[in-house]
Ligand binder design. Structure first.
Ligand code: MEV
Length: 430
């Protein structure tokens, strides 16, 4: 007998049933939900206002990660990603983390760094001091650049001047304007501020300001999440909780010690992070750049996450990285699906969003490590991969599931085999 909606898992529901349930559980209206559908999302006209030379829009799957509890709040997490197993992996690990209270997240104030490169200086060291002597005046000037941001409680916070002594062009200065951008990602605000401040910096330093641009190493805008996975939740199949925990810690140690592994380990973290960053219309290249630069901050590229055990033997995980994302401005404002994604999560500020995103990154990292450190990654991937192979071989919607199951059972997830089976079925039908 078919099970009722309430008994079935989210992934067992049809696409229409999932939408209906989401509308109910997230308390959003039908028009908000409609923005997440292929037809009603970004229109050609909308896209035409976003970038140049538009000829259309490009669709990607949007899935909802389940089970996320972030600082005690239930969150439905929209993820835009083309890779199978990412949404399922995050959802499953969020369920394990839930048993330990979910994700505990926090983040810094939304302070970005704007850089001004000052060249052609006769005496860079004394020019540096001259700029620092005028710090209060420069900050005061910066406070008049964006009255709207100031009214919202943002604006300049500090000014640093760095002397780069050795470079291919000799020495020069770098002025860092620390700027609180509130709920924006902040690129526009900070770039405007550095451009406006540059003539004054030239006047004071006697040099020439060349570059005026934000830094994507947003290390004053870190977001962090931690979780505790009770030992009992880790055991499965032939693996004891202790085995899984210790193997995960050993797998993490590999990434902590070896940049070749760290790159892949961090890529797994970014699978989750980028998917939410994209769903909310944020700049995933900025987040990627910041994450990897931060991972290399010690001079040697390493893991962004940390895994260990607490005094009760439970597995503990932590992740900290720059998270320059916004809930206003840019594509977040103009893309209807990004607006719907924010509503779905009940997110009201950039800091809220940053905390959810970093929690998803930690869950995604755990999904990869748990699979890699036990049965291997291919087993979990196989089911979804088989469905893609079935579709590629030309299976009709009603045939995909059955064909995929056969391919997995036969351990022959290949398009040629799928085509063979399909042609056998077609011959039988004739
Ligand atoms: C694949 O997209 C991500 C993984 O390679 C991450 C990892 O190795 O930790 C599975």
């Amino acid at each position: 007998m078919p099970k009722g909606n309430e008994e079935r898992k989210f992934y067992e529901l049809s696409l229409q049933e999932r939408r209906a349930l989401l509308q109910e559980t997230a308390g959003i209206d039908a028009s908000t939900l409609a923005a997440l559908t292929g037809a009603a999302g970004l229109t050609d006209e909308g896209a035409n206002h976003m970038i140049e030379n538009v000829v259309g829009v490009f669709g990607l799957p949007l899935g909802i990660a389940q089970n996320f509890l972030v600082n005690g709040r239930e969150v439905q997490v929209p993820m835009v990603v083309e890779e199978p197993s990412v949404v399922a992996g995050a959802s499953f690990m969020a369920k394990l983390a839930r048993a330990g209270g979910g994700f505990f997240a926090s983040c810094d104030a939304p302070e970005m760094i704007g850089q001004m490169q000052v060249i052609d200086l006769d005496e860079p060291a004394s020019a540096r001091l001259k700029l620092l002597e005028q710090k209060a005046m420069l900050l005061d000037e910066a406070a008049h650049i964006d009255p709207v941001l100031i009214a919202l409680g943002g604006g300049p916070r500090d000014l640093h001047v760095r002397l780069i002594e050795q470079s291919p062009i000799g020495s020069f200065l770098v002025v860092h304007l620390i700027y609180d951008v509130r709920d924006a990602m902040g690129a526009n605000a900070i770039n405007t501020a550095t451009e406006r401040l540059a003539p004054l910096v030239e006047q004071i330093s006697g040099g020439k300001v060349l570059l005026r641009i934000l830094s994507n190493l947003a290390d004053r805008r870190l977001a962090r999440a931690r979780c505790v996975i009770p030992l009992r939740s880790l055991a499965f199949g032939e693996y004891s909780g202790e085995d899984v925990r210790d193997n995960i810690i050993a797998a993490w140690a590999f990434a902590a010690a070896d940049p070749y592994r760290a790159a892949t380990h961090n890529k797994g973290i970014m699978n989750g992070i980028d998917a939410v960053v994209i769903a909310t219309g944020n700049d995933w290249r900025a987040v990627e750049a910041g994450a990897h630069a931060y991972a290399a901050r010690s001079g040697s590229y390493t893991s962004l996450s940390t895994w260990g055990r607490d005094s009760d033997g439970n597995l503990t995980g932590a992740l900290e990285l720059p998270m320059p994302v916004g809930t206003v401005g840019g594509a977040t404002r103009v893309h209807p699906a990004a607006q719907a994604a924010l509503k779905l999560m009940g997110v009201t500020s950039s800091t809220d969003l940053a905390q959810i995103i970093v929690s998803v990154g930690l869950a995604q990292n755990l999904a990869a490590l748990r699979a890699l450190a036990t049965e291997g990654i291919q087993r979990g991937h196989m089911g979804l991969h088989a469905r893609q192979v079935a579709v590629a071989a030309g299976a009709a919607p009603g045939q995909v599931e059955r064909l995929a199951n056969i391919l997995v059972q036969e351990k022959m997830v290949r398009v040629d085999r799928a085509k063979e089976i399909l042609s056998e079925w077609n011959t039988q039908d004739e």
